[in-house]
Design a binder for this molecule. Structure first.
Ligand SMILES: [Zn+2]
Length: 292
């Protein structure tokens, strides 16, 4: 995966809160994922299921009254991530370029229906429109403020905890999945009944559609002007990451057994299948995951 050296990046699509530290909620609020692992009332859209006993410790819910540190403006990214050449050099600039590419595609596809959504880089914990969140929940989309949140440390966990190969296009897949939820939000198809679980539940169908939308973008990625080339190895890295975050794989590793009734995101095979469907067709209309 290489970016066009001379393409201008738009770092204003990313807000950099890394190092802001210690963010909390003003006077209470909804802690994301409140209630633990039941997902009842969960209003954020994750890449991976929250893990039972797997080390994702869940939401911060004890920050009532703590001081809210305002995030510094993303000046560093604005100065340092200005071109595709920067994206070829630095991970954070690469994510800026991914975000630019993903949104270029969807704004072209949806026209006036599209609204640019910011990605927020944070470290540790941050305040969101959906409540205080910790990086323990992994990357997510908050439909209330229409922001994607990610601690870039997740990409290390993708390799070390989830056993993925990683790679730049695996990272792009993660962002494209979350923007898939943004597209669902804009189209009014974002599933709100997140308490349903199971291999054919509405939760899983929503997640698989986000994977399919990620594949659709991948199909068009080189025509957005940002990405010069993708190789079969890049697509393979995305599929590898999709498999690594499959519910069955995670359950097998963290619980020693697989319970399809509690799936929220779909199996490794399902997630790969729907990414592949989107990638093959390049058409969001092929992402009707309600048809199995
Ligand atoms: Zn998701």
């Amino acid at each position: 995966m290489r970016f066009r050296r001379n393409v201008d990046l738009d770092p204003s699509q990313v807000e950099d809160r890394r190092g802001a530290g210690g963010l909390g909620l003003p006077g209470g609020g909804i802690a994301v994922g409140g209630g633990g692992l039941g997902l009842v009332g969960l209003v954020i859209y994750l890449l991976v299921a929250t893990l039972g006993g797997g080390g994702l410790s869940g939401p911060l819910n004890n920050l009532d009254g703590s001081t809210v540190a305002q995030a510094p403006p993303g000046q560093v990214l604005g100065e340092e991530c200005t071109s595709g050449a920067d994206a070829n050099q630095r991970e954070d600039c690469r994510i800026v370029a991914d975000v630019n590419s993903i949104q270029r595609y969807w704004s072209g596809r949806l026209g006036g229906r599209y609204r640019v959504a910011k990605t927020v880089f944070f470290s540790g914990q941050t305040d969101t429109g959906c409540g205080a969140a910790s990086s323990d929940v992994g990357p997510f989309y908050c439909p209330v403020d229409a922001h994607v949140y990610i601690d870039l440390g997740f990409f290390d966990e993708l390799r070390s905890r989830f056993g993925a190969r990683g790679g730049p296009f695996a990272e792009a897949y993660v962002l494209a999945h979350e923007y898939g939820h943004h597209v669902q939000n804009l189209l009014g198809t974002l599933n709100r009944r997140t308490s349903e679980t199971g291999a054919s539940s509405s939760s899983v169908r929503t997640e698989l559609q986000a994977d399919c939308f990620a594949g659709v973008w991948a199909n068009h990625a080189t025509s957005t002007g940002y990405i010069a080339s993708l190789t079969p190895a890049d697509i393979s890295d995305a599929l590898d990451a999709a498999a690594a975050v499959g519910d069955d794989r995670i359950q097998a590793e963290t619980q020693g057994q697989v319970n399809p009734e509690t799936w929220t995101h779909g199996s490794s095979a399902q997630r790969q299948r729907w990414f592949r469907t989107g990638y093959r067709t390049g058409d969001p209309n092929s992402c009707d995951t309600s048809r199995g």
